[in-house]
Write a protein that binds this ligand. Structure first.
Ligand SMILES: Cc1cc2nc3c(=O)[nH]c(=O)nc-3n(C[C@H](O)[C@H](O)[C@H](O)COP(=O)(O)OP(=O)(O)OC[C@H]3O[C@@H](n4cnc5c(N)ncnc54)[C@H](O)[C@@H]3O)c2cc1C
Length: 381
């Protein structure tokens, strides 16, 4: 494969994967007049999961994308995160800087399918050509472009291909066959969506010896609950056991609001369990005219609630660098240079928080890493 990208500007781009990162890339490239095809393997373009927590840096990225108002209308924005012991004693209130502007709270949360719908509406409105239930079958690049064959039998040539197909990326496996695989971290996370008790008007967390529980409003009416649990092996859990297992994990927390939430859990609660995995692809993240973004190259555990943030930021920075440079190679090199340290920091700090939780380790170090990471995320991208 010839990987010397020449100086032709990007007029036509393909994005593989319609998750948060791929949709953000489509929106940003369309703003700059690039013709965008986006292929998404899931014919229903579904988004699974409960709530998703978002920091101030994510809200700043939403502002740039142009979806902040819609997020504020359909999600929940709030300041600060309260950290407690499992007995309810307040350890610290972590300030969440108002990174998106003085008028926008420093964090928030929203139902994941609602955020996906907001981004999908903006992607379609941008004029990107979205093809569902379709993906690449093969690609071959030369100095001037990338020839792509699709699973629906069609073929097209692009100036740039962006792989945004997530943790189990086929793009990554094809472009970098020796890339590491996602690794199980030794923790799983339980999540559920429940009616909002009046006192849950911002993010709150309770740190047990090893188990951590947290809640955040996702709208005026609902909250999502998460519980992280250490498990030496990556186990499959029968969904029939979800309810009693989650109730049991919450039992030791001697906190009235958590016990009231626990009492609300029932057969109709949408409970999900997911083993946590991480991946940080060593550089490079591009080869020739093909670049990888989002979870495809830096999948973080959710300890800093920043996975969506760094994926969407990738899209913003990539579009900026493509605009700044005459040659694709220069743009992709500059993109990687700007993104590597920030994404490494999020993945590794989140991983360290998980290690401390698994070991029942130092709560002060845990709090310090959270605070340092929040401060670093407030920096310019
Ligand atoms: C349990 C859990 C909780 C989390 N909580 C938070 C949180 O609170 N806050 C936060 O910011 N982040 C959180 N994250 C991380 C966040 O979900 C991810 O970082 C984010 O979804 C990454 O977006 P992405 O677009 O890069 O990848 P993905 O969301 O994985 O999107 C990839 C897309 O590509 C599609 N696709 C896959 N293969 C192909 C193919 N071959 N061809 C075409 N399309 C394909 C998929 O269907 C999907 O639509 C959490 C993650 C987990 C696992």
């Amino acid at each position: 494969m010839n990987t010397n990208a020449n100086n032709a500007p990007v007029r036509r781009a393909l994005i593989v994967g319609g998750g948060f990162s791929g949709m953000a890339a489509a929106i940003e490239l369309r703003k700059r007049g690039v013709d965008v095809d986006l292929v998404e393997i899931d014919a229903g373009w579904r988004s699974y999961g409960a709530g998703i927590s978002l920091g101030g840096a994510t809200l700043r990225a939403f502002r740039t994308l142009g979806i902040l108002d819609e997020f504020l209308r359909r999600g929940s924005a709030h300041d600060n995160v309260d950290l407690h012991t499992s007995g309810g004693h307040l350890l610290a209130t972590l300030p969440t800087p108002r990174i998106a502007g003085p008028d926008v709270p420093g964090g928030g949360a929203i139902m994941r399918p609602v955020l996906a719908a907001i981004l999908a509406e903006a992607t379609r409105a941008s004029g990107a050509n979205v093809r569902l239930g379709c993906t690449f079958a093969s690609f071959a690049q030369d100095d001037d472009g990338v020839d792509v064959a699709f699973t629906d039998g069609s073929k097209a040539r692009y100036d740039l291909v962006i792989g945004a197909d997530g943790l189990y990326s086929t793009m990554r496996a094809t472009l970098f066959p020796d890339a590491p695989s996602p690794a199980y971290t030794g923790q799983g996370v339980w999540r559920a969506v429940l009616p909002r008790p009046a006192e849950v008007d911002h993010a709150m967390m309770w740190l047990g010896p090893k188990i951590k529980a947290g809640v955040a409003p996702v709208s005026d009416q609902e909250i999502y609950l998460y519980v992280t649990e250490d498990r030496a092996e990556r186990t499959h859990i029968d969904p029939a056991r979800f309810l009693p297992m989650l109730q049991e994990l919450l039992a030791p927390f001697d906190v009235p609001v958590l016990q009231a939430i626990r009492a609300q859990l029932g057969e109709s609660s949408q409970i999900i369990y997911r083993p946590l995995e991480g991946l940080l692809l060593p550089r490079p993240w591009h080869r020739g005219r093909i670049v990888l973004i989002g979870d495809t190259v830096h999948a973080t555990t959710p300890h800093m609630a920043s996975g969506a943030c760094i994926g969407i930021e990738d899209a913003l920075v990539l579009a900026q660098e493509l605009e700044r440079h005459d040659c694709v190679d220069g743009a992709l090199g500059a993109f990687e240079e700007r993104r590597w340290e920030r994404c490494r920091m999020v993945v590794e700090n989140s991983g360290r928080l998980g290690e401390i939780e698994i070991a029942g380790g130092d709560k002060a170090e845990h709090g310090r890493i959270m605070r340092d990471t929040l401060v670093a995320l407030a920096g310019a991208i």
